[in-house]
Design a protein around this ligand. Structure first.
Ligand SMILES: *Cc1c(COP(=O)(O)O)cnc(C)c1O
Length: 449
């Protein structure tokens, strides 16, 4: 089989995610035959270094022998079972471990099979909690500008990236949107701490004004990934936790992208020393192997649903593949690797290498900012460094970085004009340096003329 044949068969029957299919008249689809570690390989032996962890999911490389082993062992035992009225060993173990690893206070695990669904669960549970408590005026949510929480209608409504949302606006719930503490907008010389603290005023005001009608505030802790990898200081989360308690509003932490070590700690909330009322996890939960998500919550929330059946307070939400056994066994193998390989500590070396290798790019005439939170490093390309005027989006300059990357054996898929590294943790320091070189060449090509 050749790349070309599969490409043609693909284009006659598939509709790809997040893609204008007409683009593929010009840009080829890349059929991948196999993966190994950080590498993806096509049918003609070309290899691509997966610098974005296949959309932020992969943690320990493709076809990881230890995870493969766990999956193979499980499939011969039990592939899946209904989770209402039944249970299985991997999900019990996984839940025990997640409760132990996540911030204190999170003591219950509710499963689904993708990130957006985990968000839907948190939104419905929060609303339903207040209703069970007799607070029927609470029907709304507060979100941040530039946020992203998924694509299903409830999750989409909680986001604020207009590229994904605008078209569907007539179908969506209306959240109360508060300006993001996104530190890209801080004043020259202002610290990220000071800016994040200052921006909290908007949230405080919104809570003052809307707490009576608000179920929960939903945020992506520390990094707004789909919103162009914009970052803020943990102090914002500290203030938010306090204010949510003060005003009687839940806090939903969407750690779907930032969880499992991406920000340098296992969970981003740790850096603020806070515990949310709901924590949504997916992506890294199975190290990029299987669709699985979980919404963790507190005993307080759990108890508000726990009653005699006739009182109709139960959370009657499910998905066909809720708590899939194979996915749970893979998640357990993932947690084993974190533990046995001391991954969070070892990643420090990679984090430093990413910082060092990109430091010189701050002086690049078309780079407005090089920012980093742990294992996420982003480079914001602009037309005018002084005014930070962006290149018009129609010019699709980021695409040139993507295309250059492919010719150099690197999978770099920028978000608009922001290119970034969010690699699997099995990457080497040498590979990081190589990727930065390719990225720099790509930026130079992208800004030319
Ligand atoms: C990816 C993502 C989601 C949605 O997860 P899906 O599995 O793609 O539905 C939600 N929130 C954040 C922060 C994400 O990055």
């Amino acid at each position: 089989m050749k790349n070309k044949e599969l490409m043609q068969r693909d284009l006659s029957v598939l509709w790809h995610p997040c893609t204008q299919m007409k683009d593929h008249e010009k840009f080829p689809i890349i059929p991948i035959k196999k993966g190994e570690g950080v590498w993806l390989e096509d049918f003609e032996g070309n290899r691509y270094l997966d610098a974005i962890s296949s959309w932020w999911v992969n943690l320990f490389g493709h076809a990881n022998p230890r995870i493969n082993q766990a999956l193979k062992a499980q499939v011969d035992q039990l592939e899946h079972v209904i989770l209402a009225g039944f249970t299985h060993e991997p999900i019990v173990q996984l839940s025990e471990r997640l409760v132990q690893l996540t911030p204190k206070g999170l003591s219950r695990c509710f499963y689904a099979d993708n990130g957006s669904s985990a968000i839907e669960v948190a939104l419905k549970m929060s609303f339903h909690y207040w209703r069970n408590k007799g607070q029927t005026t609470k029907t709304r949510f507060i979100n941040l500008s530039n946020s992203y929480h998924g694509e299903t209608l409830g999750a989409l409504a909680m986001g604020d990236v207009s590229l994904y949302k605008e078209t569907y606006e007539p179908l969506l719930m209306q959240p109360i949107t508060v300006p993001s503490p996104d530190c890209y907008h801080r004043e020259p010389g202002e610290s990220e701490y000071a800016y994040s603290e200052r921006m909290f005023e908007h949230m405080e005001k919104a809570l003052q004004q809307h707490a009576h009608e608000t179920c929960a505030v939903i945020v992506e802790p520390l990094v707004q990934c789909a919103g162009n990898m914009r970052m803020y200081d943990p102090v914002y989360l500290k203030l938010l936790r306090k204010a949510c308690d003060k005003y009687g509003v839940h806090l939903i932490a969407d750690e779907i992208a930032v969880g499992f070590g991406r920000t340098g700690t296992l969970f981003a909330c740790e850096q603020a020393g806070i515990s949310p009322d709901f924590m949504c996890l997916s992506k890294g939960l199975t190290a990029g192997y299987m669709p699985l998500s979980v919404t963790l919550t507190t005993d307080d929330v759990y108890q508000a649903f726990y009653d005699d059946y006739e009182n109709l307070t139960a959370f009657l939400h499910s998905h066909s593949y809720t708590g899939n056994t194979l996915a749970c066994s893979v998640a357990l193998a993932t947690l084993d690797i974190f533990e046995s390989d001391n991954v969070i500590k070892k990643n420090q070396v990679l984090i430093e290498e990413m910082a060092n290798a990109t430091a010189h790019l701050r002086d690049h005439p078309h780079v407005a900012e090089v920012r980093q939170t742990g294992m996420i490093l982003a480079i914001e390309m602009v037309k005018d460094k002084k005014t930070r005027e962006p290149f018009p989006w129609q010019e699709r300059r980021g695409l040139k970085i993507y295309q250059h990357g492919l010719t150099q054996g690197a999978l770099l898929r920028p978000l608009g004009n922001v290119s970034y590294l969010m690699p699997p943790y099995v990457i080497t320091t040498e590979q990081i340096r190589h990727l930065v070189k390719v990225m720099e060449e790509g930026i130079n090509l992208a800004v030319a003329n």
